[in-house]
Ligand binder design. Structure first.
Ligand code: G4P
Length: 528
């Protein structure tokens, strides 16, 4: 196959959702459609159940599952789909944000009963930073949920995301009859526990056709006619360009657990979702069609075997072709590396690959060379941009409980934060070490892994900081501010200056008092 054809047949995306909305279930159904699995139940939930915060076996189990399901590749209608998994637990949200930098589009699952939830907001904010195209799947239509028009209104307003329905539900809950496909003009009747992937839809060109009344009953048929009338008046054909620039999101309704309403979405996904796109670097825009290879690391996973410190670094190929056993330049370290066993995943098995194309994600064995955001090239000197760190929500100071193990502790903290497990801030001009996390569970993972893998025993002292702000601006003013606010000034791992604000009030006051300084909530200053 020609190189350009390889690119054109690839689509790389992630499913995002508030926990419990149905991400795992939908993932599994996609794999079923793609022939990657034959039976339901093959994809394990990577959720850490509530109340399991101290259950380290659970954390270990989760780590195992999330390596195995990091990338799932399947073929559907001549399209090679790379589905990147994201952690289910909100405490690992930063992992999800980083994974979103490696995809070209997302499918957002909304629970029809709960509507827009907390985590949905944050995930959409990250998508918006990159104008990522979004398709919405309203799940659990087999339950009594919000009315579709109300739900659409809620999503549009809360997420500031204009929608364009492509299917429309006929009733819901126990009375759920199915969906009407607005663009194909066909009816897909619902039956619970649908197993197969066949297309059972019936063409209904004209909604006045009495067949509709026979199939769904007069009342629901009348409601559908009324709804579609309204929808036709508001929405025309889907503006695919607007979807591709993240300005409008097509919407589908269904029930993942009942394998219903998914085919319509997947068919549309392979038709309109973007192929691998061009990306910004520090030097120039890099496009998938460029002859020379380049890619970046967006996720690092510790090996499951604690006796070895090997890690798996996940690389997204952005241009050219990655070949096995060929030398590539690690730009940050300025050295050449070659990989004898790059691998991809197919459902739960992993497979060594000889080459990989733009849009693909490969796992590379790493003995400590990589940090999140590292770039590999075929000799060129540029780094991919747009891999921000976000301000953590919780801050704790690291206290070494065993002074004999100081070296191990330093190494452990450095490596775990390279992996992106948490962010490390070091006191500017001092040695205090503060770890920033999104959630409680991350601290527990760090404490556990420092002990298990490095033999270092630590305590964390909670600190009452509200946000970490990366500061930029006039050099003199920054120097003055740093002198004045010494106790609150840290450096991130790349040596960037960070101000830790005690509260929103403090931050606003500093903003007012220092108009020449910019305070950013992410480390990606250009976009912030
Ligand atoms: P997540 O990955 O987004 O966290 O969600 P997951 O797929 O694990 O689904 C969360 C729960 O919602 C699961 O139930 C799942 O069976 C259920 N679910 C998914 N899709 C639908 C749907 O279309 N309709 C209904 N009624 N339920 C759905 P659970 O009880 O937490 O787990 P399980 O014991 O069923 O696996």
């Amino acid at each position: 196959m020609k190189y350009q054809d390889e690119i054109n047949r690839r689509k790389t995306f992630a499913i995002i959702a508030h926990p419990d909305a149905g991400k795992t279930t939908l993932t599994e159904k996609f794999l079923l459609f793609g022939g990657a699995i034959q039976v339901a139940g093959a994809v394990k939930s990577n959720k850490i159940k509530k109340g399991a915060t101290s259950d380290f076996m659970e954390i270990e189990r989760q780590r195992g599952i999330s390596v195995a399901t990091s990338v799932m590749t399947f073929e559907y209608k001549n399209t090679l789909v790379n589905l990147l998994d994201t952690p289910g637990h909100k405490d690992f949200a930063e992992d999800t944000y980083r994974t979103l930098t490696a995809v070209d589009s997302v499918i957002l699952v909304i629970d029809a009963v709960n509507g827009v939830e907390e985590q949905t907001h944050r995930l959409m904010e990250v998508c918006r930073m990159r104008d990522t195209p979004v398709i919405v799947f309203v799940n659990k239509m087999d339950r009594d949920g919000k009315f579709p028009f109300d739900l659409m209104d809620e999503i549009e307003k809360d997420l500031n995301l204009p929608l364009h329905p492509l299917t429309w539900p006929i009733n819901m809950g126990r009375e759920f009859k199915g969906v009407y496909n607005l663009y194909e003009k066909s009816l897909n009747l619902y039956s619970p526990n649908q197993k197969g992937i066949e297309d059972n839809s019936i063409a209904i060109e004209d909604l006045a056709d009495p067949v509709l009344d026979q199939r769904v009953g007069a009342k629901d048929a009348a409601q559908l006619r009324e709804d579609v009338d309204l929808l036709d008046g508001v929405y025309g054909d889907l503006d695919v360009a607007a979807y591709l620039s993240g300005q409008v999101a097509p919407v589908f309704f269904g029930s993942a657990v009942n394998n219903f309403g998914i085919r319509e979405m997947l068919d549309t996904f392979v038709r309109i979702a973007p192929n691998p796109k061009c990306r910004e670097t520090t030097e120039r825009e890099v496009c998938p069609g460029d002859a020379k290879f380049s890619g970046f690391i967006f996720k690092i996973h510790a090996n499951l075997d604690p006796r070895h410190r090997d890690r798996i670094a996940f690389l997204r190929v952005c241009s050219g072709r990655l070949e096995r056993n060929k030398n590539y330049k690690h730009v940050r370290l300025g050295k050449d590396l070659k990989f004898s066993n790059p691998y991809t995943f197919m459902a739960r098995s992993k497979e060594i690959v000889d080459d990989a194309y733009p849009g693909d994600v490969v796992g590379l064995f790493d003995t400590g060379n990589f940090k999140i955001g590292d770039t590999l090239t075929e000799g060129e000197n540029f780094m991919f941009t747009g891999m921000p760190s976000f301000s953590p929500e919780m801050f704790r100071e690291v206290v070494n409980k065993d002074p004999m193990k100081t070296k191990q502790l330093e190494k452990g903290v450095a490596q775990l934060t390279d992996e992106g497990v948490a962010q490390l801030f070091t006191q500017h001009g001092g040695n205090r070490k503060i770890i920033g996390c999104v959630g409680e569970l991350q601290f527990e993972v760090i404490q556990y892994r420092l002990l298990q893998e490095y033999g270092a025993s630590v305590d964390f002292v909670p600190l009452a900081f509200y946000k970490a702000c990366w500061i930029t601006g006039d050099k003199k003013k920054i120097e003055e501010f740093v002198r004045f606010k010494q106790a609150n000034i840290m450096e991130d791992k790349d040596g960037n200056l960070v101000y830790l604000a005690q509260s929103e009030w403090f931050l606003n006051t500093e903003r007012q008092n220092n108009p020449d300084i910019e305070f950013h909530f992410t480390s990606d200053f250009k976009k912030a």
